[in-house]
Design a binder for this molecule. Structure first.
Ligand code: NAI
Ligand code: CS2
Length: 493
């Protein structure tokens, strides 16, 4: 039996279910990217707001690429889905009721999606589509005109496939109909994610019609957000546990994440917004200091643990936390090499670092190092390289960060320390493979990978101090393996 309005009453009593009248909800937000994270984060904030403060903000959930099953599941279960919180062995569950509609571009067609986005009452288009979805170049935060989806959208602007293309076409239709625009809110892990979104949307609009670009520039806002909740990809084991939580009822759209959640939002909305602050979000004028703190301390240490952990055979983050050297290195990276680069005020960064390590220890999460290691070409810049630039400019040490970059090079070279092949997943995977196969496993390999200027920029690709440090760390990884290299590094702290 599946989760639905009919089966709600059969759920175990401890499961929190929507007690509000769902028919009062109005679709005012279109969300692009009905992945694991959106369900456990923005949807939960909005659900709490509805349950506790009578909000009427409802969602149309959209997937453009991938995630067909989840959209189909939503449609079959009255748009209900469950979100479990995993605190070690102690799980709790909430059924979220704020989704009103759901569409998939490949199943329902892009016209239906655009039709909803051009309803007058749509006030916000929010986004969680991974860094890849923005079709941008991380070194410059500008649109990647070589991206296949962008090229397609330039030639087929009224049937777009990319996220920027869909937003541009929806805004064009709104302008044509004389409708007010909506706010575009990215909730992906990029620094100044609003700025990146604005850049790619404006660039594509300009290509099409400079007047449209001007209208968007003058009328649409792109607030930045800092988003945080660890929500690992759902495995069949997680699915079984979710079903157990639901007393045997199935929910193919269910997810499970850690209990912690944080959302800092730039308060810049052109057509109103839910009172998310009543559900625990923080509305601020400037999100960047918070974004940088989270991206460098959390995501930077995550990526460090992911590369060095995976190479050493640690398949999950909580396994890295069983190794005292990995803990020491991650804490050093957070406090000595990342916190020192930040401008956030009023946050106890030592307490923040310790709370992150505590979150990583959660054995309920089973967060795969492989999942975090993916898409490194789009993650390294904001997680490690901006801090490295700071250290180079200030002549301060960055041994952990250099080891993180070397770990990535070793990882994308395709073999772990036990000699097993690594399945590298990255939008630039073909280029990475080519660079690896045409370079020998020495300085040449390091230089080959660092020559990716869309990742490292011209500055780092040509900085001898950076190259030397990464090469030294790379040699240690190649000759001693990740465990011993991390141990040697940790011995110095
Ligand atoms: P997921 O794999 O469950 O979902 C990915 C979503 O992105 C799907 O809805 C898919 O349809 C969409 N997508 C992927 N590539 C796309 C493309 N090229 N164009 C359009 N849509 C595309 O991943 P999850 O866990 O939902 O994470 C998504 C993003 O959310 C992350 O990349 C990150 O930026 C952000 N995030 C995730 C957290 C987590 O712990 N899972 C926590 C904080 C932020
Ligand atoms: C992780 C993040 O997959 C990754 O790259 O570092 O998704 C991380 O779990 C979240 O940002 C936590 O908020």
């Amino acid at each position: 039996m599946k989760l639905s309005n009919k089966t709600l009453s059969q759920l175990p009593k401890k499961v929190v279910v929507p007690t509000y009248d769902r028919s009062n909800l109005k679709t005012k937000i279109v969300h692009l990217g009905f992945g694991a994270f959106h369900r456990a984060h923005q949807a939960v904030f909005t659900d709490i707001l509805t349950a506790e403060h009578n909000s009427d903000w409802g969602y149309c959930e959209v997937n453009l690429i991938g995630g067909e099953k989840q959209i189909e599941a939503l449609k079959q279960q009255n748009f209900l889905f469950s979100v479990c919180e995993m605190a070690y062995d102690n799980w709790s569950t909430r059924v979220v009721g704020v989704a009103k509609e759901a569409l998939h571009a490949d199943i329902d067609g892009i016209d239906k999606i655009l039709a909803i986005m051009t309803r007058p009452e749509i006030a916000i288009v929010s986004i969680t589509v991974t860094e890849k979805g923005y079709c941008y170049l991380p070194s410059t935060a500008s649109i990647d005109t070589n991206n296949k989806l962008i090229q397609y959208d330039i030639n087929n602007p009224t049937k777009p496939k990319s996220v920027p293309g869909v937003i541009v076409e929806a805004l064009r239709l709104r302008k044509e109909k004389g409708l007010k625009p909506f706010t575009v809110m990215s909730c992906d892990n990029m620094p100044e994610n609003g700025h990146v979104t604005r850049n790619v949307v404006l660039a594509l609009a300009k290509q099409r019609d400079p007047n449209l670009a001007d209208w968007i520039d003058n009328n649409v806002t792109f607030p930045s957000t800092m988003v945080d909740r660890i929500v690992p990809a759902v495995t069949s084991e997680t699915m079984e546990k979710i079903q157990k939580q639901l007393g045997g009822i199935e929910d193919p759209a269910g997810v499970a994440g850690e209990p912690f959640r944080q959302w800092v939002i730039e308060d810049n909305f052109v057509a109103g917004r839910p009172d998310w602050q009543k559900a625990g979000a923080e509305l601020v004028n400037d999100v960047l200091p918070y974004e940088e703190m989270k991206l460098r301390m959390l995501n930077g240490s995550h990526s460090f643990l992911a590369y060095l952990g995976y190479l050493a055979g640690y398949l999950h983050i909580d396994e890295c936390m069983q190794d005292p050297n990995y803990i020491k290195a991650a804490r050093h990276l957070m406090l000595q090499e990342q916190a020192t680069t930040l401008r956030v005020e009023g946050v106890n960064l030592q307490a923040y670092a310790d709370s992150l390590l505590d979150r990583y220890r959660n054995t309920g999460l089973k967060h795969r190092t492989w999942q975090i290691a993916m898409d490194g070409t789009l993650k390294l810049p904001q997680r490690m390289l901006d801090s490295i630039r700071f250290h180079l400019a200030n002549n301060t040490p960055f041994d952990c960060l250099a080891l993180g970059v070397a770990g990535w090079i070793r990882y994308v070279s395709g073999t772990d320390d036990a000699g097993n092949a690594i399945e590298v997943s990255d939008p630039s995977v073909e280029k990475l493979k080519q660079l690896v196969t045409t370079s020998s496993d020495n300085e040449e390999r390091v230089l080959a990978l660092l020559s990716l200027t869309h990742v490292f920029g011209d500055d780092l690709a040509n900085n001898q101090c950076f190259i030397d440090k990464v090469t030294k760390a790379y040699f240690s990884l190649r000759d001693l393996g990740a465990k011993q290299t991390v141990q040697q590094l940790a011995n110095n702290f």
